[in-house]
Unconditional design. Structure first.
Ligand SMILES: Nc1nc2c(ncn2[C@@H]2O[C@H](COP(=O)(O)OP(=O)(O)OP(=O)(O)O)[C@@H](O)[C@H]2O)c(=O)[nH]1
Ligand SMILES: [Mg+2]
Length: 440
């Protein structure tokens, strides 16, 4: 009889943060361990790796081979994830006599992370207050939220007027490159259809902020809820419906993970402006809150017990896409320092957890350029011939600035550099260190 040590690992982060590439590269290195440069602690070797997805529906299984094929043959990145996927694999470690390791991974569309606060708050009123606190604390929301705030203050508010205004404000946030769009079906609907570019009006009229046309909802401030209890009741009803149908199934699954990998795409936060940074930071806090909440316990007791009650024991904060910043900024520890500065509060929420910090590139795809502060890579935009091009990149700041605008920092998406021979996994930085943390 085989004895197994099983680890559940959830890979999380906002949309486009690198989750799918991370998992694809990791599985590629494990499956081709003999030709990978992966170093396991104690110089152990991986023997007999194989996938074991017999417990999963084929449609739910992370399409590793398809993603590897995209990276190796088509020389392009995997398509964005539109549904939740699982992947299980097993192997034996050369230094373990009696045990086999089974790993169970989860990958999902990053848009759903914006619903972490819905998972964390069983009550609609608490969720509304939480969201309005975030809007009020961050002035970069002011412009996009004006439409909704005016509708809240306007004469004779109706459900229809409020929903139309909230959708318009959400569309403004999307155009402002902000990831905290909740309910997340507005951004990625249940059929996996993402938003096509367009004006805020076009986006607002094409999308819903609820599971269907008749079950939409929006957050309401406390005074408004008091003055218009019938509207608040209706939104609360559809909030609970949405939470039960769409949010809890995913977050329940995530909360079973012992190891949480939180990917943070620092180049995109710098390139996207301070609003994107503030949102991403809040989303990490919401996620940790959501994964620890046990709704069956009283609030005070749950605060004390929830960590021990939850299966979550390890968290890896990972700064991804390290190949998109200057090598000197990775070597000097600047990238790592920005990751720590951003997520220190999240760390302090979990004093009992084993928390580590990593910088990584799942698929290293650039080289240092000849000019100072430059890289060479196959730029994705305006490069139909897929030529290698030298391009300038902003040095990382030592600390997150007080404020910055989109385009104050420049980082560029490149095509993947991989081998067509699938026996040779992608070049990487730090993937094996993260893997050792996951399994040991
Ligand atoms: N240069 C470089 N780019 C990367 C790397 N990993 C991811 N990327 C880029 O980031 C994009 C998004 O990566 P994904 O893995 O699809 O992101 P995701 O978090 O799964 O996104 P969703 O599926 O939308 O939630 C890719 O299309 C690449 O352009 C990396 O290691 N190096
Ligand atoms: Mg993905």
């Amino acid at each position: 009889m085989k004895l197994y040590k099983t680890s559940k690992i959830a890979i999380t982060g906002i949309a486009g943060g690198g989750k799918t590439v991370f998992l694809s590269s990791l599985l590629w290195h494990l499956s081709e361990f003999e030709s990978s440069d992966f170093a396991l602690d104690g110089q152990a070797k991986i023997r007999g790796w194989h996938e074991n997805n017999s417990g999963h529906d084929i449609n739910d299984t992370f399409p590793f081979e398809k993603h590897r094929d995209a990276l190796s043959r088509a020389k392009d990145w995997p398509k964005k994830t539109t549904d939740s996927y699982r992947f299980s694999c097993e192997y034996r470690r050369s230094d373990w006599k009696h045990f086999y390791q089974r790993l169970e991974f989860t990958d999902f569309p990053g848009e759903r992370i914006a619903d972490a606060a819905i998972a964390a708050h069983s009550g609609y009123a608490q969720w509304s207050d939480h969201l309005f606190r975030h809007y009020n604390d961050n002035h970069d929301y002011d412009a996009a939220m004006t439409t909704y705030n005016q509708a809240l203050l306007g004469p004779e508010p109706t459900v229809e007027k409020l929903l139309a205004a909230y959708r318009l404000s959400l569309a403004g946030l999307i155009l402002g490159y902000k990831p905290l769009i909740s309910p997340s079906v507005f951004l990625l609907d249940q059929k996996g259809r993402a938003i096509e570019s367009g004006t805020d009006q076009a986006i607002a009229s094409a999308r819903l902020c609820g599971l269907d046309n008749d079950s939409q909802f929006a957050p309401l401030p406390a005074e408004f809820r008091q003055e218009h209890p019938e509207i608040a009741r209706e939104f609360a009803h559809y909030y609970r419906y949405y939470r039960k149908q769409l949010v809890l199934p995913l977050f329940d699954e995530l909360s079973q993970a012992q190891t949480l990998i939180i990917l943070v795409d620092i180049p995109s936060l710098l390139a996207g402006g301070v609003g994107r940074y503030n949102d991403n930071r809040q989303l990490v806090l919401d996620l940790i809150e959501a994964l620890q909440t046990d709704s069956t316990l009283g609030r005070k007791l749950s605060r004390i017990l929830r960590f021990w009650n939850s299966s979550l024991k390890k968290i890896a904060f990972v700064a991804t896409k390290a190949d998109l910043v200057l090598p000197a900024d990775v070597e000097s520890g600047r990238l790592m320092s920005l990751l720590r500065q951003m997520n220190n509060r999240a760390k302090n929420l979990l004093p009992e957890a084993d928390i580590r910090w990593f910088t990584c590139s799942a698929c290293w795809s650039t080289m240092p350029g000849k000019a100072p502060d430059s890289l060479i890579g196959k730029l994705r935009a305006d490069n139909p011939q897929r030529n290698e091009i030298e391009f300038a990149v902003s040095p990382l700041p030592e600390a997150w600035p007080k404020s910055w605008q989109p385009d104050d920092f420049h980082y560029y998406s490149v095509l993947p550099t991989t081998s067509q021979n699938i026996q040779i996994p992608p070049e990487h930085l730090g993937m094996d260190r993260i893997f050792n943390f996951m399994i040991n």
